[in-house]
Ligand binder design. Sequence first.
Ligand code: ADP
Ligand code: ASP
Ligand code: MG
Length: 408
Amino acid sequence: MALIVQKYGGTSVSSTERIKNVARRVARWRALGHQLVVVVSAMAGETNRLIALARELQAHPEPRELDVMVSTGEQVTMALLSMALMELGLKARSYTGAQVKILTDSAHTKARIVSIDEALIRKDLAEGRVVVVAGFQGVDEQGNITTLGRGGSDTTGVALAAALKADECQIYTDVDGVYTTDPRIVPEARRLKTVTFEEMLEMASLGSRVLQIRAVELAGKYQVKLRVLSSFEEESDGTLITFEEDQTMEQASISGIAFNRDEAKITILGVPDRPGIAYQILGPIGDANIDVDMIVQNVSHDGTTDFSFTVHRSDYAKTLKLLEPVVKHIKARGVESGDKIAKVSVVGVGMRSHAGIASAAFRTLAEEGINIEMISTSEIKISIVINEKYMELAVRALHKAFGLEQPG
Ligand code: ADP
Ligand code: ASP
Ligand code: MG
């Protein structure tokens, strides 16, 4: 008998028919004698619908109230699944995040889990119940409802698996695993049987939304056995996130390609080249809790240089406003900026032992006539900023150039 945490995403619970389907799957696992804790997302589109409602009243909805509202999406599906399970003759009970005490900090809309009180869950499991828990939500010390950020039900699943020391955490979604890139963009993308934890971390942080990055971080911290599977397909055994690197010589150098359109680029022109300038520019932005991603500064020839960086698109307008006084103060020549950019990243632990990956990526983009605006690299990834309109072309070309459609 194993203890298994299963998480079902929005598409998997988007209708009562699909919820029945989930219940049947849970029943099959129960019939094998396993204990089941099931985390559910809101029905597909529901969280977006609720956020849009709030925006009809407030341009920037009050975060506490927003959390009270968006958490209702998961409260609906958890009860529906519990009912569907009972209809199949199983014992089941659903709980909100607050009821099972998923204690978080008070950072509304992006709260972090502090602890989970497993006593109630364990008691239900011992009494033969399937425990259904609302994903994406928690409660802070003061009793306020909090949410964990978009895609946060993944994190609820992994956190519960960690707290309960579950044998496996299964993330059921609308694709049967982690692919070499988003199969919606590249139909030839191939499912990876395994992906290392480090690669998954990079892919999640670079835009592959198949797993929320915090879920991956938690899985790493608590060594949770994590698998991504399809809730629509029976045959595939999905993708296992592994903690060991494949030591075979034939290991591919690249595992996948991630992309996102979530960033904006800002260039400050004619910045005087002297100590302290980077701090003067980025200090106020950091103080405003805005994350800066890539930074590029060129060498100066006439005592001035151009200074470029990227921020999340939602922080773009605020960042430009913060820069106005700074640009005046440091006597820079001006600002050039745009949010029509995309970041495409090539990820793979094999990069450590294979030279020439970066130049192969640059050559591929050159052959497609795509101009590179910024580059950043780490040991296992290369990220390239390009004009947004070439993003899909770049992803397809890189996928082909690295032979990712062929079995590894
Ligand atoms: P859920 O609602 O189940 O949480 P998500 O929409 O959050 O599902 O995540 C699944 C989606 O992630 C897929 O439908 C796919 O389009 C997208 N995706 C992006 N990158 C990848 C990738 N490398 N492998 C698989 N899916 C990916
Ligand atoms: N319903 C939430 C969202 O859409 C959480 C989740 O689905 O993981 O972001
Ligand atoms: Mg998701």
